[in-house]
Design a protein around this ligand. Structure first.
Ligand code: NAD
Length: 368
């Protein structure tokens, strides 16, 4: 059996710095758990533009289509602000998502005990929080036609169209139900069926998929505006939330802030199953390239490390290893090892990006 394959795209700014720490973690699993990957690395974003004049080469795109999972750092930076839209670093990332048809965006919101004080909510509301938002990523109002700005009489009118087909709803619903089976077996679907036809269809299709294939999973429905309130009132009532592209964009950002720092948030974007049974998959931290701290060893690598943990769980069926890595991160934080973004007034000195990576590797070794 050949090793599972991984394409690493560090990208720009702190992307390369945080990815170097993930490399240490990957090496640890190879050396200590016999878990080896065939790793290829390529350029994306501004780094690719600098080298090749495009934010993603066809060759890199082809590699991404051929591997078991892609792990990306971050793209972007002020240096590229004036580039033509089609050449901007973000286009590289969007091309990956589009051509790999990554329709399910998984955004966990997990609150580590050591960081519960960091949330803007009361500690008891968020301590121990562990929810997953599944956002539909390739359709809905961000893509629907007609769209544009046109003139009607004397004034301009802006138009976007919320459009979902049954199959688009069904496939993201299946992703959510599958995830729930690996977690606490509960899905809450959010839409606005009270005021939107697309929301009525969404609710119908989710209900049908549930009845036909996933009746063992507990399903509830909630209007997305109520969902927003419940997320800040009592977020622990949820396990998996599934919702459309627009509501998911907003609700996942709100949920993210329940947990504190941007430097802690991983994500996965999954597509259809490949011939080997694994889903097309791109794993990346939620944060960007953080030009304000790039190159200074200040970046928190945990979001990227936890993105690799998601890859272990969702692409490579290594749930135990993923848990081991998450627990190592939890231990490091509980020991008070923190990068600058996690510091509070009474904390001691922040550690560097590389010291944080080393501490996670040490905690992994201590877990053996
Ligand atoms: P950002 O996420 O890069 O940074 C926002 C703030 O959070 C900054 O103060 C930054 O220092 C801090 N921060 C982010 N990640 C951190 C980490 N791991 N450790 C410590 N602090 C961290 O967002 P921005 O400043 O709005 O955007 C910067 C660039 O990144 C832009 O070019 C933007 O387009 C791009 N961007 C890319 C992605 C992506 O690659 N997926 C996502 C968002 C933004």
């Amino acid at each position: 059996m050949s090793n599972p394959s991984l394409l690493i795209l560090p990208g720009d700014g702190i992307g390369a710095e945080v990815m170097a720490e993930v490399r240490k973690v990957i090496a640890w699993f190879g050396e200590n758990q016999g878990l080896n990957f065939d790793i290829d690395e390529d350029l994306v974003g501004g780094a690719s533009y600098d080298a090749h004049g495009t934010p993603l080469t066809d060759a890199a795109m082809e590699k991404a289509q051929g591997v078991d999972a892609v792990l990306l750092g971050a793209v972007g930076g002020p240096k590229y602000d004036d580039l033509d839209f089609s050449l901007k670093p973000e286009r590289g990332l969007l091309r990956l998502r589009k051509e790999m048809d990554l329709f399910a965006n998984l955004r966990p919101a997990q609150c580590f005990d050591a960081l519960a004080d960091f949330s803007s909510l009361k500690k008891d509301v968020v301590a121990g929080l562990d929810i997953m938002i599944v956002r539909e990523l390739t359709s809905g109002v961000y893509f629907g036609e007609p769209r544009g700005i046109h003139k009607e009489g004397n004034e301009r009118v802006g138009v976007n169209t919320q459009r979902y087909t049954e199959s688009e709803i069904a496939r993201v619903a299946r992703s959510a139900f599958e995830l729930a089976r690996r977690r606490n077996n509960k899905v809450c679907s959010m839409e606005k069926a009270n005021v939107m036809e697309s929301g009525i269809l969404w609710r119908d299709v989710v209900t049908e998929v549930h009845a036909a294939e996933y009746s063992d999973v507990e399903l509830s429905h909630m209007y997305a505006d109520n969902g927003a309130m419940q997320l800040v009132r009592a977020p622990k009532q949820f396990d998996v939330i599934v919702t459309d592209n627009l509501f998911g964009d907003i609700l996942s950002d709100a949920a993210a802030m329940l947990t504190g720092s941007l430097g802690m948030l991983p994500s996965a974007s999954l597509g259809s199953q490949m011939a080997n049974g694994r889903p097309k998959a791109l794993y990346e931290p939620v944060h960007g390239s953080a030009p304000d701290i790039a190159g200074q060893g200040k970046a928190n690598p945990i979001a990227c490390v936890l993105s690799f943990a998601m890859a272990l769980r969702y692409s490579f069926d290594k749930g135990d290893e993923a848990t081991r890595l998450e627990q190592a991160v939890e231990k490091v934080l509980a020991d008070g090892v923190k990068t600058g973004d996690l510091m509070q007034d009474d904390d001691a000195q922040p550690v560097s990006t590389s010291q944080m990576g080393d501490a996670i590797v040490e905690a992994l070794t201590a877990s053996l």
